[in-house]
Ligand binder design. Sequence first.
Ligand code: UDP
Length: 329
Amino acid sequence: MSVLVTGGAGYIGSHMVLALREQGEEVVVLDNLSTGFRWALPADVPLVTGDLADDALVDKTIKDHGVKSIAHFAAKIVVPESVADPLGYYLGNTVRTRSLLASAVRNGVENFIFSSTAAVYGNPPVMPVPEDVPLQPVSPYGRSKLMSEWMLQDTAFAHGLKYVVLRYFNVAGADPGGRTGQSTPAATHLIKVACQAALGLRPQLEVFGTDYDTPDGSCLRDYIQVSDLAQAHVAALAHLRAGGDNLTLNCGYGRGYSVLEVVEAVKRVSGIDIPVVLSPRRPGDPAAIVAEVARIKATLDWNPQFQNLDMIVSQALAWEKRLANHQAA
Ligand code: UDP
């Protein structure tokens, strides 16, 4: 009996594969390798290369591996790209999730862990934001994920599938053992980009907006370390297997750092005074988004280990170095 990890060759999915294996779980990965890599997986983890919308392939994978639980990571995640290509995002995220849910129902899958996002909140009315505020995503990306949440809830109600939705805040860092990390060349996330600038892989770091209504004028985000995030999924699966209720949970630490604080952390940890350019606001960025974490603390047996910005930055930096060497080799 295996856990099916869609998008398991990608950034968060590959950390999930490691976390599941450390629990002694059998795993099968389904990934189209659009942004993931075979080398991000342990060699003995089976990888099915293909599309979530390929019903025959997904049905066969579920049957062949006795899948009773799915962790669904495979998705497109770049907000500005979703603004430029909304239909690509609704196809890649919403329509493909619908196909996967149909396969899950057809084949008697019991548990479904879904990767959602704080982008479902848009500009939240309260901070830290609890799960049950009105949801007003401001990007096609956020909407594509919110529609998937709704499909999952309706499917669970109709067919008895059990689920946990995890709404990620800002995922960062890398496996502390250096086995995997954020490897997408086009990734635009702050900590990755700042580490690349520290290593001279980018000429500078742009800070998008210093006139927000925040303590230092730059945006506040809740950065969560990726292995801690994977452990939240493991805890969510244990919760469902133990008969726990369906849940929708924020996944963050409940503490915000500003862009300028992150830049200082990267300078401090790397010892490099990275060139910083203060730029205008980036369209679509909410000023501040920090998780209310009372619900996840109350419902899951989750014990984050890496709740420290400098540690997250040092892991991200180590991973960028490895990746640069790997790509040079
Ligand atoms: N950001 C920045 N420069 C960059 C990348 C990001 O100033 O090169 C800012 C961005 O405007 C936002 C914060 O860092 O305020 C986090 O952005 P990121 O893209 O990492 O994640 P998001 O919050 O958009 O999911």
